[in-house]
Design a protein around this ligand. Structure first.
Ligand code: AMP
Length: 220
């Protein structure tokens, strides 16, 4: 895949290096020459110094033949404009934008491009970790509206049925791993201590599950 990354700061340089390590061809653009110092010394890719609002800079980055563009500067408006140019003018199939300030998220949404709101996502993750460490997030869909959580069945829940634990429609069991093997269990399956459950849920769904876990069902 040929990927153009706009912005080579903390996020762009990390992304560029990860993709490079996986064998992709990368062009990185930044208006500040010193930004490229963020790239590890073994990075191999095209480095273009210039303002991403300048179309000549985008041409030098090879945007015409890009399979994907990630616009990850620290300026929301610029990310929107350059993302729009990549999508509408150059018909890049996969354009992904970084959203920095949560207040501007709705504007991003209106453009119909894929957005990663690292600020909102980070705040949500930290909030969850502050509340609970017994439930771990293993995958985030969208901007974290639905996440896949992993929990290990504690002794309070050993011997109980899945349907007693999984509380509502906002919360769905995806897989149960037992003795190193995963399967999709029936809701009448009895839980064993140490089982690992992967559960897809909204924020409300996982809160309802946490509430249940605080108050296990009575015997019988
Ligand atoms: P960071 O917040 O550390 O991920 O850094 C964001 C990067 O975006 C910085 O290196 C900025 O120099 C870069 N940047 C900001 N505006 C532009 C622009 N107009 N064109 C290219 N790069 C930019």
């Amino acid at each position: 895949m040929y990927v153009v990354i706009i912005g080579c700061g903390r996020l762009g340089s990390e992304l560029a290096y990860r993709l490079f390590k996986r064998g992709h061809e990368i062009s990185v653009v930044d208006e500040v020459a010193a930004a490229f110092d963020e790239l590890p010394t073994d990075f191999i890719g095209r480095i273009i110094e210039g303002d991403a609002l300048n179309q000549d800079v985008l041409h030098r980055a090879g945007i015409e033949r890009a399979d994907a563009v990630a616009v990850v500067t620290n300026k929301d408006t610029l990310n929107l404009v350059v993302g729009r140019v990549a999508s509408e003018l150059y018909h890049v199939a996969n354009v992904i934008l970084r959203n920095y300030h949560p207040d501007t998220f709705s504007l991003f949404d209106a453009f119909g491009l894929q957005v990663v709101s690292s600020t909102s996502w980070g705040a949500q993750r930290i909030e969850e970790m502050l509340y609970h460490s017994d439930i771990r997030t293993v995958f985030s869909a969208g901007n974290g509206e639905v996440e896949v959580y992993e929990i290990t069945v504690s002794k309070e829940w050993g011997g109980k049925k899945i349907q007693d634990l999984i509380p509502c429609s906002d919360c769905m069991l995806i897989a149960l791993s037992r003795n190193g093997r995963a399967f999709m269990p029936d809701k009448n399956e009895t839980l064993n201590v140490g089982d690992i459950l992967d559960i897809g849920a909204t924020f409300e769904g996982i809160e309802a599950l946490r509430e249940k876990m605080r108050k296990p069902v009575k015997e019988g």
